[in-house]
Design a protein around this ligand. Sequence first.
Ligand SMILES: [Zn+2]
Ligand SMILES: [Zn+2]
Length: 379
Amino acid sequence: MDFLLLSTLYLSAFIVITYVLWFGDNSFHRRGYVGKLRKTIIRGSYWCFHHCLPSLLRRQVEKLWQYAAYTRNPLFQCLYAILVMAGFSTFQLDVLHYAALYEAPALPLYQKLPLYILCVNAVLFCTLSMGDPGVITKGNVDKHFKLYEFDGRLYRQDEQCRTCQFEKPARSKHCAFCNHCVYRFDHHCLWVNCCIGGLNHRLFLGFLVSLCCLCGYISFATCQVALQIVEANKLWSAHYVDRYGRPQPMDLRTLCQYLFMQHPRMIFLLISLSLLTILLVGFTLYHLYLTVNNVTTNELYKRPASQQQQQKQKQQDKNTYIKGRGKQDKTKQKKQQVEEDSKRKMKFAVKCKRGRWNPYHRGYFHNVFEVLWPLVSKR
Ligand SMILES: [Zn+2]
Ligand SMILES: [Zn+2]
């Protein structure tokens, strides 16, 4: 099997498996072929792990996995720093070396721009790692109740957080890694070792955008330098000798193989960062979608289950409204207050039912504004 075909097969397998593992569990794919394939891969890996590894090694791997994936630890932060430094060093030492050797006209830009983007990315990484995602404590829990209504589906009144020992405000969730409740919880990010919540979602978006720019620009510059090497050495008009000793005109397959053999680190950097850029752009677009629609990963993940309960909840909400009206009989002021509250809640509940699967949607502009300027910081 030739080099280009083998590389394409490896890359395709990598992309397909990454997609299946990443997106196979979302509501769109869960019951389809992608979801089934994901389950098969996970079950197969689990079976291999339990039947092929010696028990002593298996226990050690399980301990390490428990520590790495289920506790708050700096492993992934260190791994991120190592990967970024390795990629950036390869770019500085290999790609810029060839850019200088072949006198690339954009050399000053190749030297400065990635460094600036890296600095921005490093600042955002540190700020995210050490910052407050919107932790809810007994001292500030009251103000969080004023931020969002309970939708009666994902978030219900009187639901307690048993660990923090207070009633959970709407849109909050207890993070098992960090052991605290977070306002407008999105997810726990292993790479920054911190929750992504209402207060730092804007920083997370900036971090993702800066990472996309860094990987994208380094891929672009590496591609430009590789093309310059091809052009300067007139590789397209060169000939190679085939296995029978006959000279053959250069083709794409042989050119790729030649470049990989001559500049393995540079070509590996180009391929891996190009793939990573595609994945990162996809992930960033997904977070922009969340921002524009005022929804969190946590809510998106729980949505199918809540939709099943919607029908049941309709009747319950109706009863609650009737009871709320029945209580308006003490003082005139209290009557008005209860009526206003009921109307507001009913309006919100109706919004939940009228095809709006997300009742927190306040219009695209306001949704974006809410992430850029979190509600909790205004109070
Ligand atoms: Zn909690
Ligand atoms: Zn967390």
